[in-house]
Design a protein around this ligand. Structure first.
Ligand SMILES: NC(=O)c1ccc[n+]([C@@H]2O[C@H](COP(=O)([O-])OP(=O)(O)OC[C@H]3O[C@@H](n4cnc5c(N)ncnc54)[C@H](OP(=O)(O)O)[C@@H]3O)[C@@H](O)[C@H]2O)c1
Length: 355
């Protein structure tokens, strides 16, 4: 019997997840939650340029949770703890790219409510994706399988957001284009994103026995040198066009685990920034020391439009979540981190009809 899955939100990641669910031999799409009124009643196939599925999008949560749902693939812009508690209490598991990467280190009130909902529903909650996700936790832990000892782990992400087709997230949640004076790590929308990476540092620290005392956050802002068009929205000169974040886990004052993001929106990065290649660079200093650089593209051999290459990161984010669904459905109730779950991959990938 396939696992019965609801796709919750149909943005850049959600639409790729929807395609992934439709293609996956072990999953059956049984519902779609949309936020936008104009998607209400639209067939899931139409939303992702596929044949009709008979499953239409709804904005009504009650309608979605009346069916026997095994798992909700939850990819909204920002998570609602109320909604997720409701889903978990109904007995459906939740796999999400939006939060819950290391629930043990999150705000205690939310953590306790989510755990209580898991107990009520006999369900599990799993946060995953690309970074935070596979490249921020799964791959470093897999690399650590080759180590005798480790003194430091660094994960660097270098990205130009001018290619990311989610202007709500770029300009809204991430505050690119805002007055630099208003942008600090404590602003709620940035604090939310920052907390996701902070959780990742705690997760790696815990999983590698680092016994961290603290995880600190640093943010450096870079102003735009000129006006730029980003998917129809103008990022004005002088507003925020670059953000360098560092989340550092320390033991006895010594940095052991660090996640660093070097983000610009069309802007050249400042000279004093480190210069990893575009994509993700994972560095383990230890015995032995190991480094991996990862980039996602639509293809290394075919000539494809730039927009397809950009979309590849959303595909990777979504598929890590889609492919985790069977393992999360089989997990014991409660929080399931990327360190708890069995190794995730797509067992049918090389037989896909879309090859
Ligand atoms: N872990 C990772 O590696 C990773 C990578 C990329 C993104 N993410 C996260 O994944 C999630 C989805 O990202 P995305 O790129 O798909 O974003 P997106 O393209 O902006 O889509 C987000 C969707 O959220 C829905 N939405 C609208 N109003 C909302 C509201 N008030 N509250 C909550 N959701 C609302 C919309 O759904 P409808 O269109 O259906 O109406 C929208 O399409 C975000 O939380 C993002 O931070 C994680």
């Amino acid at each position: 019997m396939p696992y019965r899955v609801v796709q919750w939100a149909t943005g850049a990641v959600g639409r790729e997840a929807l395609r992934g669910i439709l293609d996956h031999p072990d999953l059956e799409l049984v519902g779609v939650k949309a936020y936008s009124e104009n998607k209400k009643g639209v067939d899931a196939g139409v939303l992702v340029d596929r044949p009709h599925t008979g499953i239409t999008a709804t904005t009504d949560i009650d309608q979605l949770l009346t069916n026997t749902v095994d798992c909700v693939l939850y990819t909204p812009r920002t998570p609602s703890v109320d909604d997720v508690c409701r889903i978990l209490s109904s007995g459906a598991n939740v796999v999400t790219t939006a939060f819950a990467f290391h629930p043990a280190s999150t705000e205690p009130a939310d953590r306790d409510r989510l755990l209580a909902a898991c107990r009520t529903g006999g369900s599990s909650l799993h946060g995953t994706g690309l970074n935070p996700g596979n490249l921020g936790a799964v791959l470093p832990l897999a690399m650590a399988g080759m180590c005798r000892d480790i003194s430091a782990v660094t994960i660097q992400e270098r990205a130009d957001w001018s290619m990311y087709d989610s202007v709500d997230i770029t300009f809204g949640q991430m505050m690119f284009g805002a007055d630099p004076a208003d942008v600090t790590a404590e602003v709620p929308s940035l604090a939310y994103t920052s907390d996701l990476f902070r959780q990742q540092v705690w997760l790696l620290g815990e999983s590698l026995g680092a016994d961290l005392d603290e995880v600190t956050t640093e943010l450096e802002i870079v102003p735009a040198s000129v006006d730029r068009d980003v998917f129809g929205t103008t990022l004005k000169a002088g507003t925020v066009a670059g953000q360098r974040w560092r989340w550092t886990g320390r033991r006895a004052g010594q940095a052991v685990i660090q996640v660093e993001t070097l983000w610009t929106v069309g802007e050249r990065q400042p000279k004093h920034w480190p210069t990893p290649q575009h994509g993700w660079t994972i560095t383990i200093e230890g015995t032995p020391s190991i480094q991996a650089h990862v980039v996602t593209l639509a293809s290394f051999v075919r000539d494809v439009p730039l927009s397809d290459h950009v979309q590849a990161a959303s595909v990777a984010t979504a598929m890590q979540a889609v492919n985790a669904v069977p393992a999360v459905c089989q997990a014991a109730p409660g929080f399931v981190t990327m360190a708890d779950i069995p190794f995730v991959w797509n067992r049918a990938a090389a037989g896909s009809p879309h090859l």
